[in-house]
Design a protein around this ligand. Structure first.
Ligand SMILES: Nc1ncnc2c1ncn2[C@@H]1O[C@H](COP(=O)(O)OP(=O)(O)O)[C@@H](O)[C@H]1O
Ligand SMILES: [Mg+2]
Length: 96
């Protein structure tokens, strides 16, 4: 069973007096329950942006994120707040 279905995520940051910068361009990923994945890439490649979007902190302008069968776009602000409070955690660890 997929706990997360991420489809066609596109994120562009607006820049003052310049064109936007597209950081994620059509990213799709399925994550099964219990699966462990690593998102790797150089600094500035969009890892934090991606994590912010799949944890409901930020929104993509294109694409869908489905968590546990529910699409983020269909959830209201308080449902999203509950999701962030009860279902998601970030922690940091070293690799040594
Ligand atoms: N809030 C923001 N506004 C504008 N540009 C941003 C913002 N956050 C990140 N960026 C730009 O998006 C790109 C990806 O950043 P980020 O997601 O932090 O990458 P990573 O976590 O892989 O280092 C970088 O070019 C960064 O400068
Ligand atoms: Mg980062």
């Amino acid at each position: 069973m997929n706990i997360m279905e991420i489809q066609n995520i596109t994120k562009t940051y607006k820049q003052k007096n310049k064109g936007g910068i597209t950081v994620l361009n059509g990213v799709s990923l399925h994550i099964s329950k219990g699966e462990m994945i690593a998102i790797m890439g150089p600094s500035g490649s969009g890892k934090t942006t991606f994590l912010n979007i799949i944890s409901g902190i930020d929104r993509a302008e294109v694409g869908t994120v489905i968590f546990n069968g529910r699409e983020f776009m269909d959830m209201n602000k308080s449902e999203m707040a509950l999701l962030r409070r009860r279902r998601w955690a970030w922690f940091f660890r070293t690799l040594t």
